[in-house]
Design a protein around this ligand. Structure first.
Ligand code: ACO
Length: 371
């Protein structure tokens, strides 16, 4: 019998799938998505281009970006038809819980294609849940718009400016896929049981919700607000570390250097705001955090992860922090669905082993019962 060591408790170093979708090189700080460096993807691909790239050769009806763009528009319209059922049922839930409910209401064999149905539903449900919570009328999707522009239009009730729409689209592309992170692994485990795409995506969303994964960027902004200004940084950090708390937006299971997506998103926010005060303050916080973490964990190399500058991008495009994790899901759904297709092709159920450490019953008693 093999004994599971404490270091394997998080499955680090375990290779649990073969994938052609993305590679995270944690030593070099390099992310490749379907043959493209993340910097190239972020600069030249929109959401539909990225969907075409990730779904190519995997989705049941293979199509080019233009076709996918139109199909996503149709999927958003189809999702809007479900709002009369979803919205009253979601009253009293947080936005992420409302989205979880909304996705769970979709069928596992949607006529439009499950991967399209879930991808179209996330922006529609998110915007409608938020407007309902604020007592505002729901805004219908416009199938002619791109994914990010339509989401911002449904959220604010007016057409967005080009710069924030483009910034959000770049964000969605930047986070679309990232190896076997916790939510993608979850999606693949559920897909391996042949439960279906929607069920696999619902499970993935539940994993994403946690503060150690996709729930981090909201708390990043909370932290910046709590710190207040540069004079408060050191005292705040010392108090948090002394209390044993984790600093959101820093550290990563795989990266032993800076997460390349952090720089992509820092560039996005700098373009949006012309290098305004918030980014200068964030950089000062980042410098201080990295120095403290290096002093505290000299052997570990903890660096900035994607969530730190995600928080600034999403704030700058006008999203309330309660919707940050939902925006993450809006991008990551492309990776989830592609991994689900890939896992279904492999055909093998994911079923690891565990090491039993509980009491072993006395064999004599069993013999007495059997006898
Ligand atoms: N703040 C303070 N201490 C930290 C941080 C942090 N952000 N990250 C790691 N550490 C500490 C750990 O507590 C651990 O200390 P210990 O040995 O005394 O317990 C030590 O550094 C080593 O931790 P790792 O093995 O590097 O961390 P692990 O791989 O288990 O966890 C994780 C990675 C969950 C991302 C962690 O760094 C963390 O909690 N970060 C903050 C949350 C966050 O930003 N999450 C978003 C990640 S990116 C994404 O999912 C999209």
């Amino acid at each position: 019998m093999t004994t599971m060591t404490a270091s394997a408790a998080g499955l680090e170093g375990v290779v649990a799938a073969e994938t052609a979708l993305s590679q995270v090189d944690g030593q070099a700080g390099r992310l490749i998505v379907s043959g493209h460096d993340i910097e190239e993807l972020a600069a030249g691909f929109d959401f539909a281009d990225t969907a075409a790239l990730l779904w190519r050769g995997l989705a049941p009806a293979d199509s080019e970006a233009a076709g996918i763009r139109a199909e996503l528009g149709r999927a958003r319209r189809a999702a809007a038809e479900r709002l009369p059922l979803l919205l009253p049922a979601a009253d009293g839930l947080s936005p992420i819980e409302g989205l979880r409910l909304g996705l769970a209401m979709l069928a596992d064999d949607d006529a439009i294609g499950d991967h399209l149905a879930v991808s179209g539903a996330i922006p529609v449900f998110t915007a409608a849940l938020w407007r309902r919570q604020g007592g505002q009328e729901v805004v219908a999707p416009d199938p002619e718009l791109g994914q990010a522009a339509d989401f911002l239009a449904m959220l604010a009730g007016r057409a967005p400016d080009e710069a924030p729409a483009r910034a959000l689209e770049t964000y969605l592309v930047t986070v679309a896929d990232h190896g076997l992170n916790a939510s993608t692994f979850t999606a693949r485990v559920v897909a391996s049981t042949r439960a279906g795409t929607v069920s696999s995506v619902v499970a993935a969303l539940c994993a994403l919700k946690g503060p150690l994964h996709g729930g981090a960027p909201g708390p990043v902004l909370d932290a910046l607000d709590e710190i207040g200004d540069e004079s408060g940084i050191d005292a705040w950090l010392d108090a948090k570390l002394a209390a044993g708390e984790r600093l959101m937006g820093f550290g990563h299971r795989v990266y032993r250097t800076r997460d390349p997506r952090a720089d992509v998103l820092k560039g996005v926010v700098a373009n949006l705001r012309g290098g305004g005060n918030r980014i200068a303050f964030a950089e000062a916080v980042e410098r201080a955090v990295l120095a403290k973490l290096a002093a505290r964990y000299p052997d570990r190399q903890l660096d900035t992860n994607v969530e730190f500058y995600t928080a600034l991008v999403l704030e700058a495009v006008g999203l309330p922090r309660e919707l940050f994790t939902l925006a993450f899901a809006m991008g990551r759904v492309l990776g989830w669905t592609a991994h689900i297709f890939e896992q279904e092709q492999s055909g093998r159920i994911i079923r690891p082993s565990s090491h039993y450490v509980g009491p072993v019953p006395d064999g004599a008693k069993l013999a007495a019962v059997a006898g």
